[in-house]
Design a protein. Structure first.
Ligand code: MHO
Length: 218
């Protein structure tokens, strides 16, 4: 099995967003420079032990581990505002609502300001909710790195177990690139630094180019 760098030890911060179907958000954030890992789950509500078929008042969210030296929370917020599946000014079910779950006072302050700025740009009311991050319930394995899981042979070749689907930087990056997010330049750099084998790199590169700019949504 090739030795890829699944789990890096860079210090990181967390960010949690709800902005529609979480398959798309897993890919969108995963391919960004400075995002180390992502995972999807249910959060923001009160229903105990949510699952996909019964998530109660929770929302589909993506949890992001990021290196704030490389990508700022403001950068993440920009991606947040620009990539909602169902928008943030119309009422939709809680499953897909617009939600920022902050992890510290700084994220709270920056988010409040950002919501005000977004509200100032339009006549519609911004319905995005802001709340402290509470328990995060991991979604079922089949939801993690959903785009990458379409290509089981890659998981097998790289030894990506269900656990690693949520912890591996390699899985995070490949899931984003396969969906067409990210630049070819960043891709080539990651291929090198993460030690992605040639056969997989060539395949993912084609996917990146073919899916580039395509709809990320579910
Ligand atoms: N439209 C998608 C939603 C998936 S999602 C993770 C489906 O057909 O299942 O909310």
């Amino acid at each position: 099995m090739p030795s890829v760098a699944h789990e890096a030890t860079t210090p990181f911060k967390k960010a949690t967003f709800g902005m529609g179907c979480f398959w798309a958000n897993d890919a969108l954030f995963g391919a960004q420079r400075g995002v180390l890992r992502t995972r999807v789950g249910y959060s923001g509500g009160t229903t105990p032990n949510p699952v996909y078929k019964n998530m109660g008042d929770h929302t589909e969210v993506v949890e992001i581990d990021y290196d704030p030296k490389i990508i700022s929370f403001e950068d993440l917020l920009e991606l947040f505002w620009n990539n909602h599946e169902y928008g943030f000014t119309t009422v939709i079910k809680r499953q897909y609502m617009s939600l920022i779950l902050y992890h510290d006072e700084e994220q709270k302050r920056v988010s409040e300001l950002s919501i005000k700025i977004e509200a100032g740009k339009r006549n519609d009311k911004v319905l995005t909710e802001l709340a402290p991050a509470g328990p995060f319930y991991q979604a079922e394995d089949y939801h993690q790195k959903y785009r990458l899981q379409k290509h089981q042979w890659i998981l097998e070749e790289l030894g990506i177990t269900p656990d690693l689907l949520q912890k591996s930087t390699v899985a995070t990056k490949l899931n984003g690139y396969i969906a067409g997010v990210g630049t070819p330049k960043n891709f080539e750099e990651d291929v090198k630094s993460l030690g992605i084998p040639d056969k997989i790199a060539s395949f993912v590169k084609i996917q990146l180019l073919e899916n580039e700019g395509g709809s990320l949504y579910c």
